[in-house]
Design a protein around this ligand. Structure first.
Ligand code: NAD
Length: 462
């Protein structure tokens, strides 16, 4: 089988590479000539663990290629996937579908010019981008303006991979969702995903509209889970409970599940904020407001702002003239993606309050420098801490989980750690001589006041 992937970003490149690993012949297309040139030279334009080997292996085997020539890629393909961006439209929060519709028009023209190759052939045009309900129908109309219905089928196949574990997520998904009314599309997509049948991956066949909504509903639900545990963490702090134990205690209930119950600085990234926004806007248009999701968005935005206040409070109410060491800038570990990262909401506030902010991230700094040029960027974690008045952990990269605490203490002016991801144990940090703040866990300040004696129900006083 032969497919074309239109858009070679986080989703298009990973999906394309994984399909080629399944044995499919894949051409990845992007209009960004620089990106395609790098890929053709064997460079990977994003950081995603394992992607370099997967791309190199399949390119060498002749199953994976890259081009800016959409027409050449599309003609003769059994399926063409649209995997372009659907960012928030500036101003109103609706999904910006201009890239999807532009891609659909280009596909239509390319197929029309190409003629039937081979005669009688049909091409399945599959939307992989996250798009609001009704988009698939609009893609269908765009194609129908140029092509006879006998030449194409449309389908929705939303992607659920997560950056940082994208290959594993694509290769071993919890389910594959395929929305289409076409028997031919079902057959083609079923064949493309055949290797997953061996793993007994559930295939959810639905209508276009349902498939589109499944993706938004999943993201909104996960964002709600995160926001729920974040608010629980605040309550834990107020009453002397431990959010880790609360999360474990509720997560062991099979109806709830343990995942996405890690309290932190608020969700970010390239999907949850913009997808929740777009879902809320779609629901408003349909006159069925989603007040739960609206609240999640509001609470999450406020939370990111509160994190800066929390840091300032931990620094004694003032950061002017202080040096802050920051570890982690990306919205999650194992990615270089800075889109909507909580660090973007927190660090400019600290800088504006007069702090000198010295930061390190293993993969996100090239992008962070463009977005926050006012910060100082360091070569490694320990460099940030030189003479620092506080150490702030924003992203839980593995390399930050086992810092040499004696070295950290020796480098810092003040042994103050503010851990927004709860990657250290309060007792251990206090024993190591740090003043330690984390999220939703009983903490004693200064090391001597053991919180184990604090009665539940009383506010923990620093
Ligand atoms: P991205 O910005 O990394 O990549 C999109 C690519 O599409 C860019 O390289 C851009 O140059 C290219 N492009 C745009 N228009 C084009 C055209 N007409 N022809 C060829 N190339 C074109 O975006 P992404 O993160 O890969 O997201 C893509 C879609 O997948 C979005 O709808 C997103 O919501 C969804 N999604 C993303 C993730 C994720 O973790 N990033 C996960 C699941 C779903």
């Amino acid at each position: 089988m032969r497919i074309a992937m239109i858009g070679t970003g986080y989703v298009g490149l990973v999906s394309g590479a994984c399909f080629s690993e399944f044995g499919v012949s894949v051409t990845c297309v992007d209009k960004d000539a620089g990106k395609i040139e790098r890929l053709m030279r064997g460079e990977i334009p994003i950081f995603e663990p394992g992607l370099d080997q997967l791309v190199a292996g399949n390119a060498a085997a002749g199953r994976l290629s890259f081009t800016t020539d959409l027409k050449a890629a599309v003609n003769g393909a059994d399926a063409v996937f649209i995997a372009v961006g659907t960012p928030s439209r500036r101003g109103d929060g609706h999904a910006d579908l201009s890239y999807v519709f532009a891609a659909a028009s280009e596909i239509a023209e390319a197929l029309a010019q190409g003629g039937n190759d081979p005669p009688g052939d049909r091409t399945v045009v599959v939307t992989k981008s996250t798009v609001p309900v009704g988009t698939g129908r609009r893609v269908e109309r765009i194609l129908r303006n140029t092509l006879p219905p006998s030449r194409f089928d449309v389908a929705s196949n939303p992607e659920f991979l997560r950056e940082g574990s994208a290959i594993q997520d694509f290769m071993r998904p919890d389910r594959v969702v395929i929305g289409t009314e076409s028997e031919h599309a079902r057959t083609v997509l079923g064949a493309l995903y055949r290797p997953l049948y061996l793993l007994e991956t559930p295939m959810v066949f639905t209508s276009l509209e349902t498939a589109e909504l499944i993706k938004y509903a999943a993201n909104a639900f996960l964002a709600t889970k995160i926001t729920f545990i974040n608010e629980m963490a605040d309550l834990c702090e107020a009453v002397g409970a431990d959010v880790h134990d609360v999360a474990r205690g509720i997560g062991l209930d099979g109806r709830i599940g343990r995942k996405f119950l890690h309290a932190g600085p608020g969700f970010g990234g390239s999907c949850f904020p913009k997808d929740c926004q777009a879902l809320v806007r779609s629901a408003e248009l349909a006159e069925t407001p989603l007040s739960v999701v609206e609240t999640v968005l509001r609470v999450n935005e406020a939370r990111k702002r509160q994190m800066a206040d929390r840091i300032i409070a931990a620094c004694g109410g003032e950061v002017a003239g202080k040096t802050l060491a920051v570890l982690g800038l990306t919205f999650k570990p194992n990615t270089d993606d800075m889109r909507d990262s909580p660090s973007l909401a927190i660090l400019p506030v600290l800088h504006a309050a007069g702090a000198r902010v010295r930061a390190f991230d293993p993969e996100g700094m090239a992008e962070a420098k463009k977005l926050m040029p006012e910060l100082e960027y360091c070569g490694d974690a320990y460099q940030t801490m030189q003479g620092a008045d506080a150490l702030i952990l924003i992203t839980e990269w593995n390399e930050f989980r086992a810092l040499d605490l004696d070295r950290v203490k020796a480098l810092m002016r003040q042994p103050l750690v503010i851990d927004l991801r709860n990657i250290y144990q309060p007792d251990a940090m206090i024993a190591a001589g740090f003043t330690y703040h984390s999220i939703g866990r009983p903490i004693s300040q200064g090391g001597s006041e053991a919180m184990t004696e604090t009665p539940a129900g009383l506010r923990v006083i620093a």
